[in-house]
Design a protein around this ligand. Structure first.
Ligand SMILES: [Zn+2]
Length: 207
């Protein structure tokens, strides 16, 4: 996925590509909320705010500094099979998540590995029927196996190492068997990825 550049004014410049997106309406004055209404024209929009300590605090006032980070679009090829599209979007949403939350630059095996983990968790949810009443479960299982057996040193090895770290993390929290309870731990796991910037568990070859 291409990187979206931030200008000094805090505006997001769209990457130079054939992708043309309508402008997002200006968000107006700074808000003191962490989320706001998502305009129809934006694919994903999250507003983050940072509260700063300042001299004003000592006078019993509080100064709030607001910063807005945006992702203007996520592109996917037309005509992808439904489950492949879902997995691609889960992967790209992970890239968007890391961009919006200002993750540091990660080695490709970490960045692509964790995005493949998001895709695999979505496929696993379809495969075990917790997503959309079991429709396409067999196809989801087959696609999941394909991801897990990918011999690519970045995407395949990255996924295997991400999975080893994620499963270890989930077990350390006393959750077994994956599913929804494990998925709820994903934000916390992402914090760990951001902090460590590398995989901390070795994974075996594709099985
Ligand atoms: Zn990617």
């Amino acid at each position: 996925m291409q990187q979206w550049q931030h200008t000094s004014a805090g505006e997001v410049a769209t990457p130079r590509s054939g992708l043309s997106l309508p402008p997002i309406a200006p968000s107006g004055s700074a808000r003191h909320t962490t989320r706001e209404h998502v305009p129809q024209r934006a694919a994903v929009k999250v507003t983050t705010t940072t509260t700063t300590q300042s001299d004003a605090t000592q006078r019993g006032e509080q100064t709030t500094l607001s910063k807005t980070y945006e992702v203007r679009g996520i592109a996917a090829l037309v005509g992808l099979p439904r489950l492949q599209l879902g997995a691609v979007l889960a992967h790209e949403l992970c890239h968007a998540f890391m961009h919006l939350l200002r993750f540091p630059r990660l080695p490709p095996v970490v960045a692509e590995g964790v995005c493949e983990l998001w895709a695999s968790l979505w496929l696993a949810a379809v495969a075990d029927g917790t997503e959309e009443q079991g429709q396409g479960a067999a196809e989801a299982s087959a696609r999941l196996l394909q991801l897990r057996r990918n011999a690519d040193p970045v995407y395949g090895d990255g996924l295997r190492q991400a999975t080893a770290c994620y499963e270890d993390f989930v077990q350390s929290r006393g959750v077994t068997g994956g599913g929804g309870a494990a998925a709820e731990l994903l934000p916390e796991f992402m914090k760990l990825v951001r902090e460590k910037r590398r995989w901390w568990k070795k994974a075996g070859p594709p099985s």
